[in-house]
Write a protein that binds this ligand. Structure first.
Ligand code: NAD
Length: 487
């Protein structure tokens, strides 16, 4: 990796066909450190021409050594990359903390998750197989899974390493070649990952990374006529644009568009066990998590008790610079802070009650993008705070009386990504799990510690298609049926 400097800042190029190169336009974008507002690095401002080069490099790679390699060998290279990622855990952790504003503990967990995706999908590469099908006499019919071709991956800024790992892992395992467009707010770990993968033996052109703005490089990737699949994680609005662009070439897309995920707490629940999940699932990564639990629904008998006990936890949350490993870091940018602050302001204007907030550390740099974690109580179900994805450390809490009401509230938004249910009643656990509209349901836990193995994705406006788990491998493959007439 050639990192030169400009204005005393590291300058990163695009990674195309095993070579680091500046954007063809020569333009750059400045990355900021959200903990203190300082300039962090310069990245290439790639555009349609750079994307075109990357797609061509990926296409070429499919007819090179990668296209001829056995699935076992592909998987072995991926597992070697996973090991190489772990060897650089300290560097990647620090870069992610500075770039995204992630507290060190979370950034480190993300590096481990990236390595785990490569391990999981590398090991799975030679375990996807077709079938033979009973058919008419004289025929032998079989199905085989083949690579789709060139897959595009548009990655958001909130979990660059994890989201890269989950979509790239499944795609590479199936033998595709890839073009990655990381987010313009945070992409240093992805650029370093390209270097690590190259050094660990990934052949030329199999992974290309083009940085740049969404409306330029991102739009060009989703509209490119020689792409065979687009995987996108991000906002609903951009997801619609990506799907529309890809539809012009009949290209399949996987969309993961966030949510307004509830945790439902019944009066018989083990509240001591639930409490850390109720709060952490809302404030992890400063609430900038697609599967964040931003709505807490509590049965009325225990409502006041849960509000009080969550409030205590909120008051103990310290917000500070990512490198001090606080309970909550800054949000990714001043722009994101302004969006979140506007929701907290709206709550105040509409007379909603703020039950509790966290505390800003006395040594938090003054130009950081800090938002105090905020718990807002008794929010009406149709209020914007109970309906819209805020993507910040803000949770709403509201009471319900009956199981039917809990289901109606849980399902009463446009989204359907994740749902948590807390109850000791086994039959109710199953009734709730079957009734809520969500891609994942967690009973008496939330998130199952990440779960690389667990298929993930949404219903309704949370998107479609599944990533993670073995299931994702089929999303990045195409099924061919071969019917042989032999008489
Ligand atoms: P975004 O959806 O616009 O950006 C995500 C990725 O898409 C980035 O790589 C971006 O460069 C790219 N992109 C942007 N416009 C594009 C286009 N027209 N065509 C192709 N690619 C494009 O998200 P954002 O503007 O960074 O954040 C806005 C809101 O999106 C947040 O407040 C949050 O609600 C939501 N969001 C959700 C997730 C998630 O994990 N579900 C992640 C990031 C943001």
């Amino acid at each position: 990796m050639t990192i030169t400097t400009q204005d005393d800042l590291p300058l990163y190029g695009n990674f195309i066909d095993k070579k680091w190169q500046p954007a063809l336009s020569g333009q750059t974008i400045t990355l900021k450190n959200p903990s203190d507002g300082s300039d962090l690095a310069l990245i290439a401002r790639g555009s349609a021409e750079d994307i075109d080069l990357a797609v061509k490099a990926a296409r070429k790679a499919l007819s090179g050594p990668w296209g001829k390699m056995s699935a076992t060998e592909r998987g072995r290279i991926m597992q070697n990359i996973g090991q190489a990622v772990l060897k650089e855990i300290d560097l990647l952790t620090e870069l992610e903390a500075k770039d995204v504003g992630k507290p060190l503990t979370q950034a480190r967990a993300d590096v481990i998750a990236l390595a785990r995706y490569l391990e999981f999908y590398g090991a799975a590469a030679d375990k996807v197989h077709g079938e033979t099908l009973p058919y008419q006499d004289g025929f032998t019919v079989m199905t085989i899974y083949e690579p789709q071709g060139v897959t595009g991956h548009i990655i958001p800024w909130n979990y660059p390493m994890q989201i890269l790992g989950r979509s790239l892992g499944a795609s590479l395992a199936m033998g595709n070649a890839t073009v990655v467009k990381p987010a313009e707010e945070a992409c240093l770990t992805i650029l370093n990952f390209a270097r690590i993968a190259d050094e660990a033996g990934l052949p030329a052109g199999v992974l290309n990374v083009v940085t740049g703005l969404g409306l330029e490089a991102g739009a060009a990737l989703s509209a490119h006529p020689d792409i065979n699949h687009v995987s996108f994680t991000g906002s609903l609005r951009t997801g619609e644009a990506v799907q529309t662009a890809a539809a012009k070439h009949a290209v399949p897309v996987t969309l993961e568009l966030g949510g307004k995920s509830p945790q439902i707490v019944f009066a018989d629940a083990d509240i001591d066990a639930a409490l850390p999940y109720l709060v952490n699932a809302g404030i992890q990564n400063a609430g900038q998590t697609c599967s964040a639990s931003s709505r807490i629904l509590v049965q009325r008998d225990i409502y006041e008790d849960v509000v009080a006990r969550m409030s205590e936890r909120y008051k103990a949350l310290i917000v500070g610079s990512a490198l001090t490993d606080p309970s909550v870091g800054p949000v990714v940018s001043q722009r994101q802070k302004a969006i979140i602050d506007s929701y907290i302001e709206l709550a105040k204007q509409d007379g909603l009650t703020i039950a509790a907030q966290g505390t800003l550390s006395s040594d938090a740099p003054k130009d950081g993008a800090y938002v105090l974690p905020t718990l807002i109580r008794d929010v009406p179900a149709d209020h914007r705070l109970a309906q819209e994805e805020i993507f910040g450390p803000v949770q709403v809490i509201m009471p319900f009386d009956t199981e039917e009401e809990a289901i109606a509230l849980a399902n009463g938004t446009d989204y359907g990504l994740v749902c948590g249910v807390w109850t000791r009643d086994g039959a109710r656990q199953m009734r709730m799990a079957r009734s809520v509209q969500a891609g994942q349901v967690f009973v008496n836990n939330y998130g199952a510690a990440g779960g690389v193995e667990l298929p993930f994705g949404g219903v309704k406006r949370s998107g479609h298609g599944r990533e993670k788990g073995f299931e994702a491998l089929y999303s990045f493959a195409t099924l061919k049926t071969i019917a042989v007439w032999h008489g």
